[in-house]
Design a protein around this ligand. Sequence first.
Ligand SMILES: NC(=O)c1ccc[n+]([C@@H]2O[C@H](COP(=O)([O-])OP(=O)(O)OC[C@H]3O[C@@H](n4cnc5c(N)ncnc54)[C@H](OP(=O)(O)O)[C@@H]3O)[C@@H](O)[C@H]2O)c1
Length: 321
Amino acid sequence: MGIFEFIGIVVFLYYLINIILWVVLDSDIELWLKERWGKPIDTLRGKVVWLTGASSGIGKQLAIELAKHHVRLCISARSGDRLQAVKEECLKQSKLLRPNDILVLKMDMLDISQHQRYFDTVVNHFGGLDILVNNAGRSQRASFEEIDLSVDRELFELDVFSIVNLTRIYVRHCKSRGHVAVTSSSVGLISVPNSASYTAAKHAIHGYFETLKLDHPTMDVTLFCPGPTHTEFLQHAFTGIHGQNYNQSVQATDRRMTAERCAVLMAIALANRCQINFVGPFPVPGLMYISCYYPNLRKIILMILGKSGLQKIRDTTAPAN
Ligand SMILES: NC(=O)c1ccc[n+]([C@@H]2O[C@H](COP(=O)([O-])OP(=O)(O)OC[C@H]3O[C@@H](n4cnc5c(N)ncnc54)[C@H](OP(=O)(O)O)[C@@H]3O)[C@@H](O)[C@H]2O)c1
């Protein structure tokens, strides 16, 4: 076999293996490798992690997953009752954590003027903060032209500015050390129909956090991008009208990742201090790879799928807006 034939076969096998992995995996290849051969979640044992948006969905499951590995937690959101229930579940799942190891912090992320006070509460309680996980956020369903500018502003206030403000407080505190994470979304990397403000907000988050990593190379910055996940998010999603909630339930039959699985993958990303990961059921990982690395192929696939095909991948059975 000549050298060129050999190189040709290696390149062919490389792409073949990649394409097979895009189809069978529920995450990007890096995260799959870390799950098998990377640092286990247990390396986070004893660390202090602050999870915003921990009263339901991905944040709640991540709290439970981390508690199983005896991570000390601050769990925050607006609903104190639900946080208390999450705390009890966490204590049940962990044999080592004591009530004082899980701080319930009732907090509205939009209350920006109080962020420093909340931050001080956490740091005084634990004597430090190892990882800040910005998870609180709301999605959106509305056609581009229907969105009132007040909704763009309201959504950015929660999904971007509240996160940026809390993160700045953390960065000032830990002086270029430390670890900050954010639950972004697959829509932070590729655009989807029917969610212009949300897509733009998640893109903005990538801009902020990628620049943070450049400004402070010694800080760990994790951008975690889930695809469709089973949570309550469609109920609370913004629409195009100020003050209105989308109020749809995710159906049990929808093709979505479970919040539990999403939380396990996110915990692995945190333990391995990964920079950017995406997760989701088929065909999300493949679409993400194609969108990020093969823009011409992306154009062809988007033409074939069309707007309705993309919406179906995202919401399966939820009525299109
Ligand atoms: N589900 C998906 O398909 C999906 C996909 C990609 C990315 N994500 C992202 O994942 C994150 C979590 O969403 P989820 O799907 O788990 O939805 P969820 O179940 O609705 O959880 C959202 C969390 O954010 C909190 N929250 C909302 N507004 C808040 C505020 N003003 N102040 C403080 N906390 C607030 C909620 O708690 P309270 O209501 O008690 O305040 C809740 O704990 C979001 O950033 C979302 O963009 C979700």
